[in-house]
Design a protein around this ligand. Structure first.
Ligand code: GLU
Length: 506
């Protein structure tokens, strides 16, 4: 139906707080679909529920999409020809559609007050406003035309509800799930227009998708139960031939697979669920995000892409360009995808290794600044990064792995080597500094045979002197290849460190 149309997809978050990784995955799949097909990716802010509006949330969403590298083609900040891009700004246009539905017999005015409905809910815990009881409630179906007109003219508050048909089946082809069918008897009469004149999500989403000429909707599986209402609204409003194709994305599950991953699981299990830090404006509480935890955007995107999608091979690492080229709806799974934080860390580790130093260096410089290191040559930092990348899961691991490149050791872990120390070892290190001074080529490749040759010449075993050498340079028994370390530190620094350290060994 929509194959001839320009591909236009939208990400339609409500600005209610931090963005859950499931939300970002929805944005990503929309984005990838648009880019793969040369279509448009739109950001629409669904802010009609004013009771849930949270200041700062819209800015957060924009920043998050920018950080992920999936900035929209059209958005409140970059309006195209299909505005407004904030639902609340379209407020005036929704009422006419709600009224049109009433006039055409597909919806009705409901005058029940919130107190009346609460009282009903207290009596009947499973109360639903539906075809079963709507004629017993206070609405334009149960009241006479005169009574309805009177209430309306007196300004009695009302909502407009959809009149769900009785005993019908609503079905549509979901791009992921295939044919899905719903019995209308099981769906309640959803409110379309609220007493404050604002549309509910159900009306707004249909009116907006139509107005914005959306061709395909990718959204979370939690919206599947609402789909029959939306399909009926497209039909009732006379727009059925313009209806987008639907794709309901599989849920992102808790690590153990039991239920949907929530922010609370992250707090409980110690990993982020939000894309970026979110600060609650009331309590000031900060919920940690992937960005601040040290995930690279490329890794984060890769992690999200494979939560419910694969390219049909064993490949797991995908660049952004590859994702755009390979993305296909056929390979999105129906089953929920378990979120595995250890796997997420593995992706970040792989991406740190793959990413060009120039892209990571700004963050490394920031980290150095936090540790009061402000004087360094960028080439030197880059060489250190190349050496320790292999050992980093997060950018901030750089400090743990490489701090000794920026300051001489404050202490030396000599406990294990001291009991076996002797004068020959002292003499060896006293001499080696002079030998080093004569070396023409100061590289790891030249150093290794040189140093080992000198040990052999001294009649000692290589194993006896390698660890002390390492401890002199880094302070402990850790770090990458010692000759690589010496190479980067440079000859003068190595000589200085041996001379400073030696007294601690004797
Ligand atoms: N505003 C809905 C949300 O917050 C959007 C659902 C949809 O994409 O239709 O997720």
């Amino acid at each position: 139906m929509s194959s001839q149309r320009k591909i236009r997809v939208r990400f339609a978050p409500s600005p209610t707080g931090g963005l859950h990784l499931g939300g970002v995955r929805t944005a990503l799949f929309n984005y990838l679909y648009a880019r793969h097909h040369g279509g448009d990716f739109i950001l629409r802010i669904e802010d009609t529920d004013q009771t849930r509006f949270v200041p700062g949330a819209e800015e957060y969403i924009n920043e998050c999409l920018d950080w992920c590298g999936i900035a929209p083609d059209e958005s409140p900040n970059k309006p195209g020809a299909y505005g407004p891009y904030r639902q609340s700004e379209r407020k005036a246009s929704y009422r006419q559609y709600a009224e049109q539905l009433v006039n055409d017999g597909f919806a009705y005015y409901a005058f029940d007050t919130p107190e009346e409905l609460d009282a009903r809910r207290r009596e009947e815990p499973n109360f639903r406003y539906s075809h079963e009881n709507r004629v017993q409630l206070r609405n334009s179906l149960s009241l006479s035309e005169e009574e309805t007109t009177k209430l309306l003219s007196e300004g009695h508050p009302y909502t407009i509800r959809i009149k769900m048909p009785v005993a019908e089946t609503v079905s549509f082809d979901d791009m992921i799930r295939g044919r899905v069918a719903f019995e209308t008897n099981l769906v309640d009469d959803k409110v379309l227009l609220k007493a404050d004149g604002m549309p509910t999500y159900h009306l707004a989403v249909v009116v907006d998708d139509k107005a914005m000429e959306i061709s395909h909707v990718f959204r979370g599986e939690e919206w599947l139960p609402s789909a029959p209402v939306h399909v009926l609204l497209w039909e009732y409003l006379g727009w059925k031939d313009k209806m987008p194709s639907w794709a309901h994305l599989p849920l992102i599950l808790k690590p153990d697979g039991n239920g949907k991953l929530s922010k609370r699981d992250g707090d409980r299990l110690g990993f982020p669920v939000y894309a970026m830090n979110w600060t609650d404006s009331k309590s000031g509480d900060v919920t940690k995000g992937f960005r601040e935890m040290g995930f690279l955007p490329a890794a984060f995107i890769n992690i999200l892409a494979v939560l419910g999608w694969n390219d049909g091979t064993e490949q797991e690492i995908f660049s952004f360009e590859e994702l755009i080229a390979k993305f296909s709806v056929d390979r999105i799974s129906k089953a929920g995808a378990k979120f595995d934080f250890e796997k997420a860390k593995w992706f970040n580790h792989e991406w740190i290794k793959k990413t060009d130093n120039t892209e990571i260096l700004p963050q490394i410089e920031e980290l150095l600044k936090q540790h009061d290191i402000t004087i360094y040559a960028l080439d030197y930092v880059s060489n250190v990064l190349t050496l320790v990348k292999e050992r980093m899961v997060f950018v901030e691991d750089f400090w743990e792995q490489a701090s000794f490149f920026f300051a001489t050791p404050k202490s030396y872990d000599v406990d294990a080597v001291k009991p076996k120390w002797n004068d020959s070892k002292t003499v060896f290190f006293q001499n080696i500094v002079h030998e080093f001074a004569t070396m023409q080529e100061w590289t790891a490749d030249a150093l290794e045979p040189f140093f080992k040759g000198k040990i052999t010449d001294s009649g000692m075993k290589i194993g006896e002197l390698m660890m002390p050498f390492r401890i002199m340079l880094v302070g402990g028994k850790f770090g990458p290849d010692v000759f690589q370390i010496a190479d980067i530190l440079g000859k003068d620094e190595v000589i200085k460190r041996i001379e400073e350290a030696l007294p601690y060994f004797v």
